[in-house]
Design a protein around this ligand. Structure first.
Ligand code: BG6
Length: 478
């Protein structure tokens, strides 16, 4: 078993949020059950609602009952776990509540005040992040003023700002209170086993990397499709839209993982340097090139969803053709297609190789029918497939596409860790490789802002629920 993290206090801002209910409390409780949390830890929920510690514990119990019922099988375990849960009521924009938080943290601490370790988790709407960070500083809970060995770390949920300007502003505020080494900008995709495996697949095998470039690869397609709509997140979607919700983070991070150069070593910054370089190299979008490189869509019925403007022009689908202007990838299209309410739920990356110089086995077009592909299926199945052409049995020489497939489930015993388990442990341990660095956040926003500017005034194209997206999306393949 890996070494346990330092004893610490975990403070969750937005303790009543959907994220806390679905992911954070279940993950923390499971980590505790599996013995991965520190010897001594406390979890303090912070929110607007008025709860006593006991009421908060019952709230958490209800959430676990719904989202992680297995953790409640052993009553003694939950009783012990719940004794580590505490609650502080705070209006997050007022500093008063932060003084209460300070007291709550320090009273229970065995250490002198400045030596205790604290992990802050912002599971709050993005607009609140700067004010929370400022108030932490005012209440003496910031990191930069620490004089002794204790650490203060900050996990910030996506979306990190809403454009380049707000992201820079937030980076500025955070930078005044926490050093970059203590800031963990979370994109839960980076905690997925299959996403972490992209780098292993590329750089631990000798046979793929020599072909992984513009000479051999025709195109790369990244699909992030969901067969459900915005659920009850109308207000959030009206503010964000799909470009901000999915492309700015999950989409561009997958693209960076496929396109990056090998890092000098596996240190967090060496890996993140390479990802940042990819994002910096993306060809700028203009109204002219976006004409055929960007298609936005909105599913039929979106405007009738709860908390959505009946005349909303927010996109719930995007298909974008990117080019990475560097030596390895110049002129190789990278397509990202992502959307809500599509035909199926699937996240996958398809790397399509160029055809052989001569095709003996059929008309020239038949190559695309069985072109070599590496298919990295991120979810729901966790597989990697290699597609190649094989002779169809019979007298005629006809090529058919066939697949060699690796499946995580059959090759490995499942570990059961989800992205939030991994990323919470990483943050406690101070491991930043799977968190997004400040520069990458800003490069990604610059890309998304440019796309938004380039298509400004162009309404999203409608698409039928459970279809493949708007009809016009094939424009990006032209
Ligand atoms: C979140 C987005 O970041 O990722 C959601 O806000 C999306 O809109 C979700 O549904 C998808 O995550 P996963 O892990 O279920 O693919």
């Amino acid at each position: 078993m890996p070494t346990k993290p330092d004893n610490c206090t975990i403070v969750i801002f937005g303790a009543s949020s959907d994220l806390a209910a679905r992911k954070l409390f279940p993950s923390l409780c499971e980590l505790a059950l599996w013995g991965h949390l520190p010897q001594e830890y406390r979890i303090i929920g912070v929110g607007r609602a008025l709860f006593s510690h006991e009421e908060f514990r019952s709230q958490v119990y209800e959430k676990l009952l719904r989202f992680a019922p297995a953790t409640l099988q052993d009553e003694n375990f939950f009783t012990a776990f719940s004794q580590r849960l505490f609650y502080v009521r705070a209006d997050m924009s007022e500093v008063t509540g932060y003084h209460d938080l300070y007291k709550e943290i320090m009273e229970a601490s065995q250490e002198p005040d400045t030596c205790s370790h604290i992990l802050f988790y912002l599971a709050t709407p993005p607009a609140l992040a700067p004010v929370i960070v400022r108030n932490l500083q005012l209440a003496g809970l910031g990191e930069k003023t620490l004089s002794c060995g204790g650490w203060r770390k900050l996990i910030v949920e996506k979306p990190y700002g809403r454009d380049l300007e707000t992201a820079r502003e937030l980076n500025g505020v955070i930078g005044g209170v926490f050093s970059e080494a203590r800031v963990f900008r979370i994109d839960h995709y980076l905690g997925k086993e299959t996403v972490q495996n992209i780098m292993v697949f590329r750089f631990s095998n000798g046979i793929f990397e020599p072909l992984w470039n513009r000479q051999f690869i025709a195109n790369v397609t990244i699909t992030i499709a969901e067969d459900f709509g915005i659920r009850d997140r109308g207000a959030f979607y009206e503010e964000a839209g799909l470009l901000r919700d999915i492309l700015q983070n999950h989409g561009l991070q997958l693209l960076a993982a496929v396109a990056m150069e090998p890092p000098v070593d596996l240190s967090a910054d060496a890996v993140r340097d390479e990802k940042a370089k990819v994002l910096r190299s993306i060809r700028p979008f203009t109204p002219q090139n976006a004409e055929h490189a960007v298609v936005l869509g909105q599913y039929e019925g979106y405007c009738a969803e709860k908390n959505v403007d009946p005349n909303s022009t927010v996109e719930t689908f995007a298909a974008v053709k990117f080019f990475i202007d560097n030596w390895r990838w110049k002129d190789v299209p990278f397509y990202i297609k992502a959307g809500k309410n599509l035909a199926e739920t699937v996240t996958e990356i398809v790397i399509t190789f160029k055809c052989p110089p001569q095709n003996f086995f059929g008309p020239a077009e038949s190559c695309s029918y069985s072109a070599n592909q590496v298919i990295l299926r991120i979810q729901p199945e966790e597989t990697i497939a290699l597609r190649f052409g094989a002779k169809r049995p019979g007298e005629a020489v006809i090529t058919d596409p066939v697949y060699m497939r690796f499946d995580y489930k059959t090759s490995f015993t499942a570990v059961g860790m989800t992205p939030y388990h991994r990323l919470l442990l990483d943050a406690m341990a101070g491991e930043q490789m799977n968190f997004i660095r400040q520069d990458s956040v800003e490069y990604s926003w610059a890309i998304i802002d440019a796309i938004r500017r380039a298509v400004a005034g162009r309404p999203p194209e409608p698409y039928a629920v459970h279809s493949r997206g708007p009809e016009g999306m094939n424009r990006i393949y032209g």
